[in-house]
Ligand binder design. Structure first.
Ligand code: ADP
Ligand code: ASP
Ligand code: MG
Length: 457
């Protein structure tokens, strides 16, 4: 079997979903499980409704909900025609009535919890998967809608829940295998999951890729296909640098670094389940399905270019901890990291000197509280609107003078932190967010003006 995941833009409207049905039909012999995202922008809108309701803005929340309801009804009606639409309309109506009720409840209570936020955020995938399944059935694909919350089990870390693989694998086998054996095409929403007790959770923004990989690993897929709106994994974000080239093949390790450091085309956790079972992951374009995309596997040709790609992760905060009092005291780093751990805040990059430590974290609401806790240990400063730029490639391991080449072409840019060596396939550094477009395009020009055709298209 294979898993095919379609992102938000690939299911943004009736025409896109119709195109997806055509792509799935081509693969029926391979027994696909289909994972879909919410219609493009819907998750943002759902979170907007949740925040409005939490702030007591009842009318705004319900207006946003009405607009989302209309968009889904119109999309479904256009895809299905009147008769088939009438069959799924009560189901969609029940979902949107449930969402309305939830929003009214939040307004009434005057508080938006993380748990309720997850319940609201998940509606996009709940309904998009029903519409896609109905559209497939109407196009003579024997599709069956599966509520992902029956299959993907997580802890209760709302907003970024962590999958419990053992139970998830068992449930996937129990739900999906009988369907696949009968030649059915299961269609489920990405991003959404539930706790062992059945409380709705989500896997974090962009998490539908992760859902696809969890399903693929659980069901021992031959391949996991991530269908999106670009031709594959590119040498950099094509939105940032139109000269970006397609990478034909890349290793798990390289792609995971890129995803972690901002290549949004892949959710950072996606490759973990694939690596565990050694399942190839393909990035493909639903608007250009004949293109061969990018193949992510355990090994890949290295080619002549030093790097495979450049990623940039914005919305970073740099935290500087200066500890003259603690000069050379052992256990100091431990106590710093404990503060971040207590706030469940991952640290991306670290650099140290004798008396100070700089760290980067994703900008989030806890920074002030983290800084307050750190201030008990040392002097603390923090600054937002920073970015990590990261160059990735296995050839870093055996090329000399790379740092000089990288920093030589951006000599006029203020660089806050540098890191190389941790993975041996990554050089990263921190700059001001505003410098990202210029820095990425200069580096791209320097390292990808000529590309090895064995690796890049
Ligand atoms: P989907 O909705 O299909 O999950 P996303 O918007 O999450 O799609 O991811 C696709 C987008 O990722 C692309 O449109 C592109 O702008 C962005 N992107 C960032 N870095 C890269 C990269 N290295 N290669 C390809 N796309 C990238
Ligand atoms: N719809 C979710 C989001 O926008 C998940 C996804 O699309 O991967 O974050
Ligand atoms: Mg995505």
């Amino acid at each position: 079997m294979i898993v095919m995941k379609f992102g938000g833009t690939s299911v943004q409207d009736a025409q896109a979903i119709d195109r997806v049905a055509g792509i799935v039909r081509e693969r029926l012999a391979e027994k696909p499980v289909v994972v879909v995202s919410a219609l493009a922008k819907i998750t943002d809108q759902l979170l907007g409704m949740a925040v409005a309701a939490g702030a007591g803005q009842r009318d705004r929340a319900l207006d946003l909900c009405r607009a989302a309801r209309e968009r889904h009804y119109n999309t479904a009606a256009e895809l299905l025609g009147t008769r088939a639409f009438e069959q799924i309309a009560p189901d969609l109506e029940a979902d949107f009535n449930g969402l309305d009720e939830l929003l009214r409840g939040v307004v009434a209570v005057g508080e938006l919890t993380l748990r309720t936020t997850d319940a609201i955020a998940g509606f996009g995938e709940r309904v998009s998967s029903k519409i896609a399944a109905a559209a497939f059935s109407q196009r003579n694909i024997e599709a069956v809608h599966v509520d992902a919350r029956r299959c993907i089990v997580t802890d209760n870390n709302f907003g970024k829940a962590v999958p419990q693989f053992e139970e998830t694998d068992a449930r996937l086998a129990e739900v999906m295998t009988p369907l696949l054996d009968r030649g059915r095409v299961p269609v489920m929403g990405g991003f959404i999951a539930s706790t062992h007790e059945g409380v709705s959770t989500t896997l974090g923004r962009g998490g539908s890729d992760f859902s696809a990989a969890i399903a693929g690993a659980g069901l021992n897929a031959q391949r996991i296909e991530i269908w999106t709106d670009v031709d594959g994994m590119m040498t950099t974000d094509p939105g940032l640098c139109p000269q970006a080239r397609r990478i034909k093949s890349i290793t798990f390790e390289e792609a995971a670094e890129l995803a972690y450091f901002g290549a949004k085309v892949l959710h950072p956790a996606t490759l973990l389940p694939a690596i565990r079972k050694n399942i190839p992951v393909l990035i493909l374009n639903s608007r250009n399905p004949k293109n061969e995309g990018t193949r992510i596997t355990a090994t890949a040709p290295k080619g002549k270019n030093i790097f495979k790609a450049i990623a940039a992760k914005k919305r970073i905060t740099v935290v500087d901890v200066v500890a003259t009092r603690m000069l050379m005291a052992h256990g100091f780093l431990k106590s710093i990291f404990e503060v971040f751990a207590n706030h469940r805040c991952p640290v991306d990059m670290v650099s140290t000197s004798e008396v100070s430590v700089s760290l980067t974290v994703d900008s989030n609401e806890s920074i002030a509280a983290i800084a307050a806790d750190l201030a008990r240990l040392a002097d603390v400063k923090y600054e937002g609107r920073q970015a990590i730029v990261c160059l990735v490639g296995e050839n870093i391991r055996n090329t000399r003078g790379i740092a000089a080449k990288v920093f030589g072409c951006i000599g006029d840019v203020n660089i806050r932190m540098i890191s190389q060596g941790a993975s041996e396939i990554n050089i990263s550094f921190v700059i001001d967010e505003a410098d990202v477009p210029a820095v990425v395009s200069r580096l791209h020009h320097a390292f990808f003006s000529e590309v090895d055709p064995e690796v890049f298209a």
